[in-house]
Design a protein around this ligand. Structure first.
Ligand code: ZN
Ligand code: ZN
Length: 288
């Protein structure tokens, strides 16, 4: 059996139980503007949402089982909630209230995906099946029904997110163990800086290879990088011979450094000595 088949939901547990099991605080479900709620599990302010956020910890998303794709090496889903919001907004089949509620939920899920991506947070996934609403079919049910659902025990990650278009790829597993300053920076910030040319665009594989080689320890002082809120180890990637001096954007020219040593490598009085030591370290590593 492949992984996607193993994820197919066959039961209908209550949403509130899955949300709580994922690690999201469900105590707000017990209250509304009017006071305590009789049945928190059916609090309409929560139980129909598509996404839940536990700040600083995780994001929980509802994904359709049928939208999950599986290749030899990965399980993922490509989605675009900004697009979905636009379709809902333009739909003639829906009442104005349904349109408003749908657009709000779609944009909230988009924001949750952006938040998980910016902060490198793990994504928990409720895999759902049922009747999705087809906005082009007049006989389609008037709201999407995700009757069958299961909480995937494995965390997912937002692998790609484009803050302009809203296009996202959410992949099962593949949570990064090591991150650098470019991973940790918000996607929007990175986009801005790339557009203005302040930071040269670098090869993501080169950075990932250097981080992996370091095994999470600064390649200058040996100290372990700090843990990020997403649970990865943080180090900064640095071109030992700067690109501006003819250095290449290849793993043999990139060191993983603690934040302190990275600043020193640029601004410290010892920067020339550091360059020599780092070049020797890399040479030794790649000499056969
Ligand atoms: Zn260091
Ligand atoms: Zn640097």
């Amino acid at each position: 059996m492949n992984i996607k088949d193993g994820l197919k939901p066959t039961t209908s547990p209550r949403v509130i139980d899955l949300v709580a099991a994922a690690g999201v605080d469900v105590s707000p479900w017990a209250v509304s503007k009017k006071g305590p709620v009789k049945v928190p599990a059916s609090n309409p302010a929560y139980c129909y949402e598509w996404a839940y956020t536990e700040p600083g910890k995780l994001v929980l998303l509802n994904l359709w089982w049928r939208d999950i794709q599986e290749t030899e090496s990965k399980v993922f889903t490509d989605t675009n909630l900004k697009d979905w919001a636009a379709q809902l907004r333009d739909s003639l089949q829906l009442t104005p209230e349904q349109r408003r509620a749908g657009v709000r939920r779609a944009l909230k899920m988009d924001a949750a995906i952006a938040y998980a991506h910016e902060n490198r947070l793990p994504v928990r996934v409720i895999v759902g099946e049922g009747e999705p609403r087809d906005l082009t079919d007049p006989d389609s049910p008037e709201s999407s029904r995700m009757d069958l659902r299961v909480l995937d025990p494995e965390p997912w990650t937002v692998e790609r997110y484009d803050p302009v278009s809203g296009a996202a790829r959410i992949a099962r597993g593949s949570f990064p163990k090591y991150v650098d300053q470019f991973d940790a920076e918000s996607a929007a910030e990175l986009l801005r800086r790339t557009v203005t040319g302040e930071v040269p665009v670098r090869n993501a594989k080169v950075r990932a290879d250097a981080l992996r080689r370091s095994e999470g320890c600064c390649e200058f002082c040996g100290k372990r990088g700090f843990q990020t809120i997403g649970g990865a180890t943080y180090l900064e990637t640095h071109h030992v011979l700067p690109l501006g001096e003819g250095g290449l954007d290849v793993v043999r020219n990139v060191a993983a450094l603690c934040a302190d040593d990275h600043r020193k490598a640029h601004h410290g009085e010892e920067r020339d000595a550091m360059r020599i030591r780092l070049q020797a370290m890399l040479e030794k590593h790649y000499r056969r």
